[in-house]
Design a protein around this ligand. Sequence first.
Ligand code: XMP
Length: 513
Amino acid sequence: MILIVDFGSQVTQLIARRIRELNVYCEIIPWDEDIISAISLKKAKAIVLSGGPDSTRMKKSPTISKKVFKFNIPLLGICYGHQLICKLLGGKISETEKREFGKTIIRRNTKNHSAILENLFKKNIEEVWMSHGDAVTELPKGFLELASSDTSPFSVIGDTVRKIYGVQFHPEVFHTINGKKFLENFVNIANIKRNWTPNKITDDLVAELKSYIGDRKVICALSGGVDSTVTALLLHKAIKKNLTCIFVDNGLLRKQEAAQIEYLFKKNFKINLISVKGKQLFLKNLKGVSDPEKKRKIIGKLFIRIFEKEAKKLRNVSFLAQGTLYPDVIESTSVHGKAAATIKSHHNVGGLPKKMKLTLVEPLKTLFKDEVRKIGSELKLDNSFLNRHPFPGPGLAIRCPGEITAKKLSLLREADYIFVEQLKKHNLYNNVWQALAILLPVKSVGVMGDARTHEYSCVLRAVSSTDGMTADFSYFNREFLAETSNKIINEVKGINRILFDITSKPPGTIEWE
Ligand code: XMP
């Protein structure tokens, strides 16, 4: 595996994604954890140091122990990581007169050769994406300048004997045209086998679950989405009858969802399933609450209360399994140090109570959604599950800003249903990663049939994405939008205005809360 040390860059997760796309397993570790022990423990075959917002010239800037160079394993520094390698090995970093941001052309130094440049610089240049104020101005001993830009001399450097490399640009971002090739060259230099395939991941996960759980009992929180379904299938493969799935109808689900999930699950699998009706409990506890984080935490606590109650009935249950994904962990806990921003408490990570009777099992915790879909396909999961749009655990609660009421939920449920059915009817459902409706706590004046209306506004949002970490809003033609808007206003009494969300992520998130 490759260990990625995170210095707080907004795009560290993309390094992990790009490396995994090369079928190599990697993990992200924050810079202030014990990197040296992690290298040995995880048997890392190479290390990547990420970018970050700090300057290595500052006294208390993030750093790592120089012991990292003693392992004699290949190292790649990106942006801040590139400067840190130089600083630790005796080079010099200075503030540049001209900062480099965005698209930049770098030129190869044709006198120096290195495997990191293999099949790159076809016309002696590469288009890359930069984002830095400081730059390396003196190389440490043993390093060669491999490429430079008009503004800074050391855009790619390498100590080809010790296999330590640095790039001032970001190879992980889409805008660096051949970024993945740079990473592939690094993987090849490290001589790492590219065998992280869905088939291998599935076998490894099942074997791990088998040995970790043994003959103890597990309940699995089932939402009907691809993540929890794949979690259930993996567990079923590993522990068979000792697994019971629990599905909670919390009153925050979409139209017909509870019935659909129960039907699909019972039809497709022979796994024990318990359905719990919790609508009243959830609505009662959410009454009067408008703060998004409070909503998420209340829902998380109630879920756990129900799971613990069901576990007690089943007797001797040791574990609660959840379909938590890597992005949930990254966004809920923040990889950069302790103080950086938590975006939101995903109900199954940051929203859980501190004291829990059951131990968590989260086999998908280091995977991205597209990887989970591949495992699902490997496990022969039906397309009706695989292609379902993601739906968050806190459900419609986080699509209903402000206080939640049964009336608002019912308006939202109807609008959401019409929007999704429209997408299916126009063969657009599989073109978007996720589509949702949001009911605003705002009423506006309208005119219908010569009469005045004063009703709620509803936002439609659809995005394209590969993993939910970044997303772009989807584009629909006027006819589709007009037909959908008309349909919702005509059929949902209580909504008289439709808006379309044109915010990408970042700066917006996909859900509104
Ligand atoms: P955001 O809104 O953070 O969402 O851009 C990214 C993806 O995650 C889903 N999401 C959740 N899924 N529990 C979940 O299981 C949650 O608490 C949660 N919050 C957001 C969201 O629907 C989108 O696909």
